[in-house]
Design a protein around this ligand. Structure first.
Ligand code: NAD
Length: 498
């Protein structure tokens, strides 16, 4: 069986812990490889490699750092097919969707290619007599990223590309469920000309995460995953003196107003709710319809669309979506469907017990649709993370907008309308971090910034874009004077520029 190793100091590093995690092929339900789970000492080995690489990388001029990023981008593009297939085989999403995952990662690498401009400081000439003030953004040192299973190419790039372009060195701890693509990213980054030790990958579970959070040499940690763990990572990392950003779960709402283009709304929402088997933090698992007529029409049209979706193996080019990531996750999603029925929501399409001929052990869940879901239901309040769309009926726009605003999560939200004024008001008022107007999955482009509100993110700095550069650097401000002659008593008073 294939073993997936750590990647330290520019080479594969065989784990010594004797502990391994199984890597499944979700389409067949079979174990296809195993991944070494790191000990605290192995995390330390990676940190030492990154610490050794830091002084030289930090002083490598930004244009040279950018050149490595340009070459990395070229290599990612050249290896797109291999990366996407490998990603699908461990995650289960269809290959076309995996290509999107890799492309979104490439977009962030492309953003990082602009680092000479992005990291430029500020300068004020003549802030006082003979006095100039300038500020510079310096890298932090050894940094770390801990990533979830659902975007094994994009999210490692969100963190590592920006951190490393800024002059930091990096430890990536990817999800143990689909760790092969992150290792390929590190190999390609070396091939692009990065010095050894600049990007290291350690695999593992809670042991390795705790080792990262407690390691005195690590200056900043970026985390993406579920909310309880995000909160734990934020609390533990900051208690150990680190800068931490920790993105959590989501329950994104799409609001459909009576004046929406219903064709567009239904087509957009079917993709956003069921694409990638609903395993996206920017999926749209809640549709809020305004008014009875809109609700009835939406549910009828959605039933027709969703029941025609093709669930298939990840390499089926005609499949709309593939299996969920694990048997445990399939059981969890099916439990939520059972609970939804118990809670009194109206089950219009039931995806439980979905099997695929020839792939009976794969982790499939069919498209599921609930109508008349109520805000007090547990299945509404919690993140299901599966191909389950819940329709909540609202009478007024105010009632509809209050739903996502009052929800515990505040990642993304969307509105479907032809009324610009209502959309503008909605964007201004709604209590969530990313808003779509007739856009179902409002994932910002790489040169803007990604991040939710409330229990969808802990810490106050977002991923990539200028916010990312701020997270991965610290600012230093220099006030310089080249005085002429004796400055006398002025040395004893607080200096002012007046
Ligand atoms: P997860 O929280 O189970 O795992 C995330 C990371 O934490 C993994 O690297 C994992 O090894 C580690 N981990 C798991 N258990 C741990 C523990 N007890 N202590 C310390 N570390 C632990 O998340 P997942 O299932 O891999 O990913 C899905 C979740 O991620 C969903 O909740 C989804 O909404 C969220 N997500 C959020 C965003 C965002 O930007 N807000 C993006 C993608 C995914």
């Amino acid at each position: 069986m294939r073993d997936v190793h750590h990647f330290i100091s520019g080479a594969a590093y065989e784990g010594q812990s004797g502990r391994y995690g199984d890597i499944y092929n979700p389409s067949t339900g079979e174990v296809q490889a195993r991944v070494a789970l790191a000990t605290t000492d192995e995390v330390d080995t990676a940190v030492q490699a990154a610490a050794k690489a830091f002084p030289e990388w930090m002083t490598t001029n930004p244009q040279r750092r950018a050149r490595v990023m340009f070459e990395f981008k070229r290599l990612l593009e050249a290896n797109m097919d291999e990366l996407a297939e490998l990603l699908s085989s461990e995650h289960g999403k269809v290959v076309a969707d995996s290509r999107g995952d890799v492309q979104r990662g490439i977009d962030v690498v492309e953003f990082a290619c602009g680092i000479p401009h992005l990291q430029k400081g500020e300068f004020t000439e003549g802030a006082g007599p003979g006095i100039d003030v300038y500020s510079m953004r310096q890298p932090l040192g050894v940094c770390a990223g801990i990533t979830p299973f659902n975007f094994p190419a994009m999210i490692p790039c969100w963190m590592s590309a920006v951190a490393i372009a800024c002059g930091n060195t990096f430890i990536l701890k990817p999800s143990e469920k689909d760790p092969s693509v992150p290792v390929r990213l590190a190999e390609l980054f070396m091939e692009a000309g990065a010095p050894e030790g600049v990007l290291n990958v350690v695999h593992g579970d809670k042991t390795s995460v705790d080792a990262i959070l407690e390691h005195p040499e690590i200056k900043a940690v970026s985390f993406v995953g579920s909310s309880d763990i995000a909160q734990y990572v934020y609390a533990t990392g900051t208690a150990h003196g680190k800068r931490v950003q920790a993105m959590g779960g989501a329950k994104n709402h799409g609001i459909i107003l009576p004046d929406a283009n219903m064709d567009q709304a239904v087509k957009d929402i079917v993709g956003a709710a069921y694409g990638s088997a609903g395993e996206r933090c920017m999926a749209l698992p809640v549709a809020v319809t305004v008014g009875k007529k809109t609700g009835d029409e939406f549910v009828e049209r959605m039933m027709e669309e969703a029941s025609n979706l093709r669930v298939g193996i990840s390499t089926d080019p005609d499949a709309h979506y593939g299996p969920v990531v694990s048997a445990a996750h399939k059981a969890k999603v099916e439990d939520y469907i059972r609970l939804g029925v118990e809670e009194g929501a109206e089950l219009k399409l039931d995806g439980r017990g979905h099997t695929l001929q020839g792939y009976e052990n794969g982790f499939y869940v069919g498209p599921t649709l609930f109508d008349h879901v109520k805000p007090e239901m547990k299945t509404y309040k919690e993140e299901i993370f599966g191909p389950v769309l819940q329709v909540v009926r609202a009478e007024t726009l105010e009632e509809a907008v209050a739903l996502p605003s009052n929800h515990q999560y505040g990642n993304g939200v969307a509105i479907f309308t032809s009324n610009g004024r209502a959309a503008r008001e909605f964007a201004a008022q709604v209590n969530a971090g990313m808003v779509g107007i007739n856009v179902p999955i409002p994932v910002p482009v790489s040169y803007h910034t990604f991040g939710g509100w409330k229990r969808s993110a802990f810490g106050d700095t977002n991923q990539h874009g200028p916010e990312g550069v701020r997270f991965w650097t610290k600012i230093k401000t220099v006030t310089q004077r080249w005085p002429e002659g004796d400055i006398g008593d002025q040395a004893f008073v607080i200096p002012t520029m007046g």
